[in-house]
Design a protein around this ligand. Structure first.
Ligand SMILES: C[S@@+](CC[C@H](N)C(=O)[O-])C[C@H]1O[C@@H](n2cnc3c(N)ncnc32)[C@H](O)[C@@H]1O
Length: 208
């Protein structure tokens, strides 16, 4: 979760130029008091990844918020790339649905994000809320073979940059991050997008 994500858009020196839909998604977040928009540094990474999805390909996201991440991805994705995002909170989902109502390739669903996984496989799957990211000890990481196309990419937002191997959390090995970094069918790296913020990016490389 992006602590202060929405607030980070208030400072022009931090946010840089924004696509119009990103500004609108952030304004919608302000209007409903949602503080956890994806930070612009991550938004730009998501846009770069979305721009690599082939025309007609598909992107999934767990945790829409008010649509900032979807807006970043839309800014670079091919107009025929399908983007589907799930949000549990009715007010946020409604705001995002309004934002993208004229975009035939974008679908915002107000439901538990676990339902998203059956709608794959995706060329890009963004974990930003709900189950399946494996981030927490009790949460299983989704099976890449069922949610990703071969060569597809999965991201996990908002991890603290690691400085040791194995990465640690509160002094113990970070099992959530290790699920990604040691998965036999994932080629995973941690990309630091700010001094205090990193994203796990994994490509699904099926063996055999
Ligand atoms: C960090 S915010 C998402 C930020 C958003 N992706 C963006 O680009 O601004 C996490 C979101 O996940 C949603 N969420 C949490 N659990 C969920 C679940 N089980 N299914 C769907 N959405 C969920 C929360 O309501 C919250 O809006």
């Amino acid at each position: 979760m992006s602590l202060g994500g929405t607030a980070s858009y208030r400072d022009p020196a931090r946010r840089g130029d924004l696509p119009d839909l990103v500004s609108s998604a952030v304004a919608a977040a302000e209007a409903v008091g949602f503080e956890f928009c994806v930070r612009p540094e991550i938004g730009r990474l998501l846009a770069a990844l979305a721009g690599g999805v082939p025309p007609g390909g598909s992107i999934g996201e767990t945790g829409t918020g008010t649509g900032a991440g979807v807006a970043w991805m839309q800014s670079a994705a091919h107009p025929e790339t399908r983007i589907v995002s799930y949000e549990l909170d009715e007010q946020r989902a409604a705001a995002a649905q309004r934002l993208f109502e004229d975009h035939h390739n974008i679908e915002i669903v107000c439901a538990d994000a676990s339902e998203l996984f059956g709608r794959g496989p995706f060329d890009l799957l963004v974990h930003d809320g709900g189950p399946g990211s494996g981030k927490h000890p009790s949460d299983e990481l989704v099976d890449p073979a069922t949610v990703l196309t071969p060569g597809g990419t999965m991201t996990l937002d908002d991890v603290t940059p690691a400085v040791t191997w194995p990465p640690t959390f509160r002094g113990e090995p970070d099992e959530g991050r290790l699920r990604w970094l040691t998965h036999p069918q994932l080629c995973t790296t941690e990309i630091r997008v700010a001094a205090d913020l990193a994203v796990l990016v994994a490509r699904y490389l099926p063996s055999g």
